[in-house]
Design a protein around this ligand. Structure first.
Ligand code: ADP
Length: 593
């Protein structure tokens, strides 16, 4: 009896005290005496600040991991947020594979788990077991059939997929990364287009097709393929309307770097054009029921009777033979393939790249294997405003909205709105080969990307120019020089003339709204202008100049559109215009038209 009483008493006590909150430093752990489990949270550093993770575990098992707060990039970091917690629980180990293309977020989640375990008084080392590699084994062969197979689900591939499906084709899209979007997802500025309804509504009459062609040719040092440039410019307005038709309106119009004209079309709400368009295109693909196979890498073109007739591809479990009536290569550039880049430009070894991890030039390699020609492969663009620690690109819109560049001496040193190559080269000539991009609260209020830079800790800020100079680390005379630079710039904006460097656009407003901000930047590898040689119908051409039947290509995998230097806003125009042409051409070819 006494024993029973004791037992009941003990159980009651356990029941009452069963769940006790234990405060561990800044973290609060919930310890459940009945189960021995503890729940605690920890923090890791993501791309955009803190990633907060909640973990439930006991001494030997992780039961639950969830990300409770983060500000990671939609479509990139969010893939890791969706996948890594479950993988850690399944493996009962922190050492799971990171999500390709989202390693910073993956690591932040793992660090958060470690911190949570520690704060709960558990030993993270217990959970640092190597995860046994999935048995390589034999992949299962599988055959798929479609009208059009598209390799790559970036801007060009998704555009082509929607267009070909709208034409009635059965489309399969293969994407080797765990997420769609490629480099397109990172496009922060806008889409250049001429003679659009939005320009007309704003009364912009000096930025038509002819000016667009001239600016693109001049920006590209005249080595661009004039036929491709003409096609892009002529079809750009239609492309804008087509995007509006799928719910992707770009109604704001601004000037872009390297031109005095206003072509740059942006989303209404100031969001970055790349993530905006990729999300809209992806939604449309889902609505149309298009099969987009993630984690699926194409390795080889299938040729039959001299025509492209499909691709070989694989994921972790399957070897796919994808038979198709036509093939579109939309694999993007090779700005993350240092071996390929340095074979054309050895001096790029060791440079920082802004490119996503999947930009490895696969489409070029696959097409060359069936006789395709390439053009301008050595034309590799540096972008002048890259945050070196992470390769994050500071949007051109910061300058087109009035931001300026200053050097370590606190002085402007070039026309900040000149072409990317000119600005990059000017930066490389400055002390330390870097510069600062300066902007103010007005720009922060209007441009969402700048709010992210602040949240991610890229900026220094201050309420006066002098304090900003000090926060930037300028010393001695450079502090006063910086104050003079800002006053001179504001006066130049008021006068409408930049007497020092002849900048003539992005000067609608000065930089006088405190607080003021600066980001230290330098040039980074950005865009591979060269690639597969195509004609204006996006046929891939062989080394004799003839179209390879059934083989189409669009987007950064192609060469010729941008010549020796791509102007900002033209990559998006390129992928929408030529993505649509490829979608039309491939669906017609597959239908036997
Ligand atoms: P663009 O829109 O100009 O075509 P992006 O870089 O936006 O360029 O998109 C290219 C896409 O192609 C990326 O998402 C990339 O991961 C994907 N890709 C590259 N190589 C392959 C491959 N071998 N198989 C499947 N997808 C690929």
């Amino acid at each position: 009896m006494k024993d029973r009483k004791n037992l009941i008493g003990a159980l009651l006590a356990l029941g009452l005290c069963g769940i006790v909150a234990v405060s561990l430093g800044a973290q609060v752990g919930l310890f459940n005496f009945l189960s021995g489990k503890v729940t605690a949270s920890g923090v890791g550093q993501g791309i955009d600040g803190d990633v907060v993770v909640s973990v439930t575990a006991d001494a030997s098992t992780i039961y639950d991991v969830s990300v409770t707060a983060h500000n990671e990039t939609e479509g990139i970091g969010t893939v890791a947020v969706a996948e890594i917690p479950g993988a850690i629980v399944a493996a009962n180990s922190i050492l799971v594979d990171s999500v390709a293309g989202a390693t910073v977020t993956s690591d932040a989640i793992k660090d958060g788990v470690r911190a949570a375990l520690e704060s709960a008084g558990l030993d993270p080392a217990v959970f640092e077991k190597e995860v046994a590699a999935v048995e390589a084994g034999e992949r299962t062969p599988e055959t798929l059939d479609c009208d059009v197979v598209i390799v790559g689900a970036g801007g060009a591939g998704l555009t082509a997929a929607v267009q070909a499906t709208q034409n009635g084709a059965k489309v399969i899209v293969l994407e080797k990364m765990p997420m769609v979007g490629g480099n397109s997802l990172k496009a922060t500025g806008g889409m250049n287009a001429a003679d659009t309804k939005y320009q007309a509504a704003l009364g912009i009459t000096d930025s038509g097709v002819q000016e667009f062609i001239e600016d693109t040719m001049n920006g590209g040092h005249g080595i661009n393929d004039i036929d491709l440039v003409t096609t892009m410019a002529e079809q750009s307005s239609d492309a804008i309307d087509w995007l509006a038709g799928i719910g992707a309106e770009l109604p704001k119009v601004a000037a872009t770097g390297g031109t005095v004209h206003k072509y740059l079309h942006e989303p209404e709400d100031g969001s970055a054009v790349g993530s905006f368009l990729v999300a809209k295109l992806n939604e449309k693909c889902q609505e149309l029921g298009i099969e987009v196979m993630l984690n699926t890498e194409a390795t080889e073109l299938i040729m039959a009777d001299g025509k492209a007739a499909g691709v070989l591809a694989h994921d972790a479990q399957h070897d796919y033979t994808v038979n198709a009536g036509a093939v579109i290569l939309a694999t993007g550039g090779f700005g993350a393939n240092f071996e390929m880049m340095t074979s054309y430009k050895p001096e790029l070894a060791g440079a920082v790249t802004t490119n996503h991890a999947g930009a490895t030039g696969d489409g070029i390699t696959m097409a060359e294997a069936v006789g395709a020609d390439t053009v301008d492969m050595e034309q590799i663009q540096l972008h002048p405003t890259v945050y070196q620690e992470t390769g994050l690109l500071v949007s051109e819109s910061v300058r087109s909205m009035g931001g300026i560049l200053v050097n370590a001496e606190g002085k402007r040193f070039t026309n900040d709105m000149s072409t990317r190559d000119a600005v990059s080269n000017a930066e490389l000539e400055q002390t330390g080969s870097y510069a600062y991009i300066i902007f103010d609260q007005r720009i922060v209020d209007d441009l969402k990307s700048t709010q992210k830079y602040i949240a991610s800790g890229l900026t220094v800020q201050a309420d006066t120019y002098e304090e900003l100079a000090k926060a930037m680390g300028l010393e001695g005379d450079a502090v006063q020089s910086f104050v003079t630079t800002m006053d001179t710039w504001n006066a130049a904006v008021a006068a409408g003339e930049d007497a020092e460097f002849g900048r003539d656009n992005g000067m609608d407003d000065d930089l006088s709204k405190a607080p003021y901000y600066a980001i230290k930047i330098a040039p980074g590898i950005h865009h591979t202008m060269g690639g597969l040689r195509i004609d204006t119908e996006t046929h891939v051409l062989d080394t004799a100049g003839a179209a390879i039947p059934g083989l189409f290509a669009a987007g950064e995998v192609t060469g010729g559109v941008h010549g020796g230097n791509r102007i900002g806003g033209n990559a998006v125009c390129d992928f929408v215009v030529f993505g649509r042409i490829a979608g039309n051409g491939a669906s017609a070819f597959a239908a036997g038209d």
